[in-house]
Design a protein around this ligand. Structure first.
Ligand SMILES: [Zn+2]
Length: 374
């Protein structure tokens, strides 16, 4: 296959059609932009989808030639590195403060104002670092030179990581007239919800953190990841991937208890691993549920998952911004400080405050949490 020099020069058959629908081929399990130059399949083998989400929920994978799921991402490809162009309302520095809040974090490193992360895309384990260059995020590949379709998927990963699809201007407009949020959005301008790609990781992390302090939660995660996660060694340091549901589903309660998981937490994590590994909980399918209550109902139906975990997961894994982890102790403590109170506000008062945040509760929660990392 011939690779074009960069993203812009990729010639399109008919640019107008792109983005209006996607063509999926039953025999290959792959979906494409309508202008893809791959061989036209037989008519009876083609299905059409309006969105990437629908194609992926139906089990199709993106084509490696036209990389259809990356079409909406604003990025430039320079082969040895890529630039991802964020929306204006974004501060990489603010997001790094959040990402750097624990010195026991084992799934990324923050060094010299740059973020180092290992990602696995099919068989490619790509270590990259993200820094800034003028108005872009510059992503340099460290251990390997991935092909174009992998570079595209990394651009997409970063796009989703910092929630660039969300226009946060209406949130800022609302916050101007809100006593709690007004000072926060001024101080932490450009902070965006840092998302999680992997729903198994998100649920496992939420369960690990229940009823223990954050410091110990990070220690548990480190033990778990270092034991069961894949890794690469680069420039004197190890970089880890979160263990897959498939790997964890083969472990026992005793295995996890050896890292000081309680019996109950170990059982929950193993159960979720089994469900995820058997295809019973696919993020692609859940992402199609646009109704927040329905989505939450679906997630809390899993044993061990309560309201807090479901809201945290919706906030971190999906493009819905109305989830709010009401019972979160961090939020209660932060509100006490922000409102300059002697006591934490009651749940009733928090519900009342949150009425003003309708549709933006997740962003409100994320900014309130940020107050604690000062
Ligand atoms: Zn294609």
């Amino acid at each position: 296959m011939i690779e074009p020099d960069n993203y812009e020069v990729t010639s399109k058959k008919d640019r107008y059609e792109d983005g209006h629908y996607y063509t999926a081929v039953k025999t290959t399990g792959i979906y494409c932009l309508p202008t893809c130059k791959a061989k036209t399949p037989n008519k009876e083998n083609v299905e059409y989808f309006k969105t990437v989400l629908e194609a992926e929920a139906a089990g199709y994978r993106p084509c490696k030639r036209c990389i259809p799921n990356v079409d909406s991402v604003n990025w430039r490809d320079y082969k040895k590195y890529i630039d991802v162009v964020p929306p204006q309302e974004f501060s990489f520095e603010e997001c790094l403060v959040y990402l750097n809040r624990s010195d026991t974090e084992c799934l990324h490193k923050v060094k010299g104002g740059e973020l180092y992360k290992l990602l696995k895309i099919e068989d490619w384990k790509v270590l990259f670092k993200i820094g800034t260059e003028a108005t872009s995020l510059r992503v340099s590949f460290l251990n390997d030179q991935p092909p174009k379709w992998v570079r595209g998927q990394i651009a997409k990963y970063i796009w989703d990581l910092f929630d660039f699809d969300t226009d946060i201007r209406p949130f800022y407009k609302m916050a101007l007239h809100d006593d709690v949020l007004h000072p926060l959005v001024g101080q932490f301008k450009g902070l965006r919800i840092v998302k999680m790609n992997d729903i198994f990781e998100c649920l496992t992390w939420a369960i690990m953190g229940q009823q223990i302090n954050l410091k110990f939660a990070y220690t548990l995660k480190k033990r778990f990841v270092e034991k069961y996660g894949e890794k690469i060694h680069f420039d004197g340091e190890d970089y880890f991937l979160f263990p897959t549901a498939e790997v964890i589903s083969m472990r026992s309660v005793e295995d996890l208890k050896s890292f000081q998981f309680t019996t109950r937490k170990a059982e929950y994590v193993l159960e979720i691993a089994r469900i995820c590994a058997s295809g019973g909980l696919r993020k692609e399918e859940l992402a199609l549920i646009k109704d927040y209550e329905l989505l939450k109902k679906r997630i809390v139906s899993i044993r061990g998952i309560g309201n807090w975990t479901a809201d945290y997961t919706i906030m971190k894994c999906f493009h819905q911004n109305c989830a709010f982890p009401l019972a979160d102790v961090g939020i209660h403590n932060a509100l006490k400080g922000i409102l300059k109170r002697e006591e934490k506000p009651s749940l009733q008062e928090i519900i009342r405050l949150a009425e003003n945040w309708k549709g933006w509760e997740s962003y409100a929660a994320f900014y309130i949490w940020r107050y604690l990392y000062e």
